[in-house]
Ligand binder design. Structure first.
Ligand SMILES: [Zn+2]
Length: 425
């Protein structure tokens, strides 16, 4: 079923130009936070385009009063965003370590072996499936970005370059490739047609199979003020309750959940077929649902008040940067993650306040940040120019980065972490 996301006049509510919920299609008339106009956060600008126009789209997150799914409208087709993706998971050491640990735990817990089939959706450059293949367990990746899928294939990981949904799920099921373990790590939030994706997961799952889904936890986003994790590529922002509601509607039952430290606080949900997956529902499911009810995430009031806190953070960060410049101190960035682009565009930070940033990913080096046109250099540039402060844009990797840059700290450079407050370390 295709749902029109925007009606000229909504017949039920009488509201004009109100977008519809991507899950339940109720009109979306409540703002969660409005971050203004922003470019696509992964559209890095090459030097020959630095004088050209670039498109900006509204970054206005709304909450559905029916199902409480926090979401952005789809302004840009996923084909445009994800067909050539700049994010190679393997460039983060801690992310690769996280994947290795995950594979070890699920292989043991669910008794996977050479007769099992593992399928990963949004398998990126094979950073995770390489650990599955190493153990002799059959693995298949699904990855729509051809450039990152190619890297996975070079690693010997079979990868289908396609968007996942009911259609591809049917094809895989017909080929006898139903998943005993279906992995959807950090993709659920990026799916514009949520019902097609969840319906596809149900379709490709073997009868006793397990789905694990990881996504940033909305409760953490709200409690820790992580507004910079809102960007156009990230269509939905799930609480445990809203994710469970979506899965239930597609015949999937959540039987366990874990809280993870990744991406500033994520959930890993374990689901099975509602029609006889065979596992009993663990105590953590009820505990987490109760925790979210205490935060009022089961009603609209849990979502109001966030916008004001976001504005306060912007003002505080700008005060810090302006004071630095007035005192003649130099500030550079570390990292060029998507979240950094939301932050810098929302706050209106340009090269007068942040001279440059650096990134380990050679694909980004020599390019410019979208919107702000801040140049991205090799990390060695920090050694050469020795700024007074380094603003850490991927704040979720602060410990790793401060560790890597400890020689600079020894020579007087200090670190600033923008979220949730603006502490200097
Ligand atoms: Zn809804």
């Amino acid at each position: 079923m295709h749902v029109e996301l925007r009606d000229q006049i909504d017949t039920q509510s009488g509201l004009v130009g109100v977008p519809r919920c991507r899950f339940c299609s109720a009109p979306l008339s409540h703002t969660f936070v409005d971050l203004g106009m922003s470019p696509l956060c992964e559209s890095y600008v090459p030097p020959d385009r630095v004088g050209a126009m670039e498109p900006f789209y509204p970054l206005h997150a709304r909450v559905c009063e029916q199902c409480l799914l926090v979401q952005l409208e789809e302004f840009v087709a996923p084909e445009e965003i994800f067909s050539e993706y700049a994010y190679f998971s393997s460039y983060s050491d801690s992310w690769v370590a996280h994947a290795r640990q995950y594979v070890g735990s699920v292989v043991e817990r669910f008794g996977l072996d050479q007769d099992s089939q593992v399928v990963e959706l949004a398998s990126n450059d094979g950073y995770l499936l390489q650990h599955v293949v190493e153990q002799g367990i059959p693995a298949l990746g699904v990855e729509p970005a051809a450039n990152v899928a190619e890297v996975a294939r070079e690693r010997g990981i079979e990868t289908v370059v396609e968007f996942f949904g009911r259609e591809l799920a049917s094809t895989l099921a017909a080929q006898g490739r139903r998943a005993d373990l279906l992995i959807a790590n950090n993709v659920f939030a990026h799916v514009p047609d949520l019902n097609d994706f969840a319906g596809g997961m149900e379709r490709v799952l073997a009868s006793g199979g397990v789905i694990t889904i990881e996504f940033p936890h909305l409760a953490r986003l709200i409690e820790e003020n992580q507004f910079d994790t809102i960007y156009h590529e990230h269509f939905s922002y799930f609480s445990f309750l809203s994710a469970r509601t979506v899965l239930r509607a597609h015949g999937l039952e959540v039987f366990d959940v874990e809280e993870l430290a990744t991406h500033g606080g994520s959930l890993r949900i374990y689901a099975q077929r509602a029609d006889g997956g065979g596992r009993s529902v663990g105590a953590r499911v009820g505990d987490l649902a109760e925790y979210e009810r205490r935060l009022a995430l089961d009603r609209l009031e849990g979502y109001t008040g966030f916008a004001q806190r976001v504005a306060e953070t912007k003002w505080r960060l700008l005060e810090f940067l302006i004071e630095c410049r007035r005192d003649g101190r130099r500030v550079a960035g570390y990292g060029a993650p998507g979240k950094g682009n939301t932050l810098l565009n929302y706050c209106g930070i340009r090269t007068d306040l942040l001279e440059f940033t650096v990134d380990r990913n050679p694909y980004k080096q020599g390019q410019f940040l979208p919107g702000t046109r801040i140049p991205i250099h090799d990390p060695e540039e920090l050694e050469r120019s020795r700024p007074d402060f380094i603003l850490i844009l991927p704040w979720n990797l602060t410990d790793e980065i401060v560790g890597q840059l400890s020689p600079l700290r020894g020579s007087g450079t200090r670190f600033v972490v923008p979220i949730p407050e603006v502490p200097v370390i």
